[in-house]
Design a protein around this ligand. Sequence first.
Ligand SMILES: Nc1ncnc2c1ncn2[C@@H]1O[C@H](COP(=O)(O)O)[C@@H](OP(=O)(O)O)[C@H]1O
Ligand SMILES: [Mg+2]
Length: 454
Amino acid sequence: MPLYCSSVGTKIPHILGGRRRYTGNHVESNFSCFFLASKTLKNSHHIVSVSKLNQNWVSSIMEEQKSIGLSASLDSDKYSKELDIAVRAVQMACSLCQKVQDGLISKTQSQVQSKTDNSPVTIADWGVQATVSWILSEALGSINVSIVAEEDVQTLSKANSAGLLEAVVRTVNECLAEAPRFGLKGPSSVLGTSEVLEAISRCNSNGGPNGRFWALDPVDGTLGFVRGDQYAVALALIEDGEPVIGVLGCPNYPLRKEWLSYHHRYHRIISKLMPPTSESWDKGCVIYAKKGSGEAWMQPLLHKSEVLVWPNAARPVQVSSIDNPALATFCEPVEKANSSHSFTAGLAHSVGVRKQPLRLYSMVKYAAIARGDAEIFMKFARSGYKEKIWDHAAGVVIIQEAGGVVTDAGGRPLDFSKGIYIEGLDRGIIASAGAKLHDKIIKAVDASWGSSCL
Ligand SMILES: Nc1ncnc2c1ncn2[C@@H]1O[C@H](COP(=O)(O)O)[C@@H](OP(=O)(O)O)[C@H]1O
Ligand SMILES: [Mg+2]
């Protein structure tokens, strides 16, 4: 339960019960304590240093809160409907992706198209975007739904893409026909080509500092997806520039963290060798959180023919309690073109991380930190690369509510208020299970940045 300081309108961390929890969103590198940006004054980044608060002062705020009944539970219903719909929509999207990925792996690579930037795009990207867009609009009213998403309809609308478009329309209709199984209303009749294209192109918001919009990455980690490995469906609701709901669907996330480091194909072979009753290789989950709730949750993916009954066996997740770098695992992108492996290796070594990095495609890395399966995530892209909001927004809320910290390398929160890009990002992105590890990494970046080639 987050606390609110009524005098300055500033949220302070949950310090009861001996568990480290960060409900704020800013860590200052010069202090080993944490700092919290005011929700009410979020654009001015009004900051209070918790280390400067003495115990009596904190206790008196807690007493004051008790007596005047101020609590986050007053807000507990806020975004509940949106979260419910978003989780169900992501469950559906994961089911669509699994079917397409199974088809991709068992058949040829012919379904993989090339975007202008040469990244592979599959039926799943457009299929998920159309499905999520249609579901959100239907459930919340299209007038209330504004979406920023990765895909556009240019490639799909080309004359020589007729076969691909047909496959997308078929995939979307197959998926929407299953909507009642996920507790959602599907279309009364099959969607035509123009309706599917309409749903995809409706995701044309440019984001910005005011109002509400959704940020969707239909298939994050497209390379992982086409290689039969990890990928994620990422959906976030951003309000006034701040992510307030995060939902991450991770269809290939194994039940046991040890198997995260195995390639998914190996996992598939083992699954075939194991008796069908064995759940030991079970995989797939949806992780989600609502800003300020102090909780992050994980549901298993719905299996074929199961019906989603809320909360669908959800259980809370929280970050790891490991704060000793020697015991910590750090994760980073698989592709060294997306983040400098040599720079992060140097950082890890200098802070005393001894384990091999866990290299994962997509925002599954954020899920790994939130679930406590790894302690640090670092991404240092080449200079000039601009991070996009849909690649991070959902993960940031989930990690923060699971008790972790996400900032840029200067210790500042990521800024989701400037459009589709995270503007002003200082060097790279760091997510950690706690302030102690976070602070060490930030100091190590400062110490070695000058001699890096980034
Ligand atoms: N040169 C680059 N540097 C950094 N990130 C990049 C990049 N090119 C693409 N990306 C981003 O990295 C994401 C994949 O993340 P990761 O490397 O962690 O698996 C991509 O998401 P998509 O796969 O959705 O396009 C894309 O947004
Ligand atoms: Mg992406």
